[in-house]
Design a protein around this ligand. Sequence first.
Ligand code: SF4
Length: 364
Amino acid sequence: MKFIDEYRDPERARALLDRIRRKAVHEWTIMEICGGQTHSIIRNGIDQLLPPTVRLVHGPGCPVCVTPLETIERALAIASKPGVILASFGDMLRVPGSSKDLFMARSEGADVRIVFSPLEALQIARDNPQKEVVFLAVGFETTAPANAMAVWQAAREGIGNFSELVSQVMVPPAMSAILSSPGNQVQGFLAAGHVCAIMGWEEYEPVAERFHVPIVPAGFEPVDLLAGILQVVEMLEEGRTGVVNAYGRVVSREGNPQARKIMNEVYEVADRPWRGIGVIPASGLVLCEAYARFDAEKRFDVGHIAPQESPLCRSGEVLQGHLKPSDCEAFGRECTPLTPLGATMVSSEGACAAYYKYHRNTTF
Ligand code: SF4
C-alpha cells in the first residue's frame, strides 16, 4: 500500500502539475489510449487541473467498448444452443445486444457463466466433457496471452469441447487509424502501461516516426499520469517525437517475451472491426491455422448477423478524440449506464460512462 501511496502523493502530483503549467506554452491535444487511464483522469480531476493549453481526449482502449455488437449477438446465438456453456468475464455479460444481454440469456435458461480467467473456462470444459464450452475472448494485448494459453493448453491436453469466440484487438494499429483519420486533433499519446508491460514499446516506434508524434507509456495512478503528460508536453514543446517510457517500474522496451511468444504461437494478425469505429486493418488477432479447430465462430453456425447501432450514438467520434462524451446530444438523456446506446456507455471503463459517473455534463 505504501508503494502505491507514493504514486498518489498530493505533493508529487502538485509538483508535476506546476511543471506542466510552466512548460505548456502552446495548445496541445493529447490522447490517453486506455479506458482505465480515462477513469483515473476523470476520477482524480486531472483534466480539470491541467492548464487550458493542455486538452485531454479519450481513446479507444476499453476492450468492452470496442467489441463489436455483432460479436455480442454471436455470443448470444451460441449461448442459446443446447449443450453449450458460454463463459466470459462479468463485464461482458451486461453488454446489451440488439434485444438482450448475456445475463438476460442466462435468466432465460442459457448456461452462461462468469469466470475470472480463461483457464477457469478450460476447467469447466474438463469438468463437463459432454458439453461444448465457449470462452468469449475479448480484449487488448493484456488479455491475449492468457486467452492464447487456454487454447494452447486445450490443444496440449486434447480437450475437444473447448473453443474461443475471439475478439482481440491491438493498440498500435488503432493509433495509426486515429492519426490518419480526417479531422484528427491528437498530437501525442499516453500509451497504456499494462499493454506495454506485455508488448514493450518497440511497436510504437514506427507509429511515432511515421506520424511525428510523441508516445509515452504511462501508468494509472495520478503521479504516473501526470509524469506521462509532462513528458508528452515537454516533447511537443521541444519538437521531439518518438517513444519515451514514463512507467519504468513496470514497462521495459521488449515487454514480456514469454507472453508475446504464446500469443504469436496461437494467434495471427487480421483486420478487425472496432465497435463505433469500423474495420481497422491488421488491428486484431484470430486463431491461426494450427489452432483453428478451437474457433467458436467456425464451430457454431449461427447464420448471418448484422445488428444495427443506434443512429443517435456518436461513440466513434468519442473513441477517436473528435468529440467529448458530453457533446453527444443523447448523453445523460436517452443514453445512461442503465440504458446505454453505444460502445462508450456500455462499459464501466468507457469514456461516456466515466463522464456520467463523475458528473462531467458540460461541454469542453
Ligand atoms: S453518450 Fe451514449 S449515445 Fe452518446 S456517444 Fe456516448 S455511448 Fe454513444
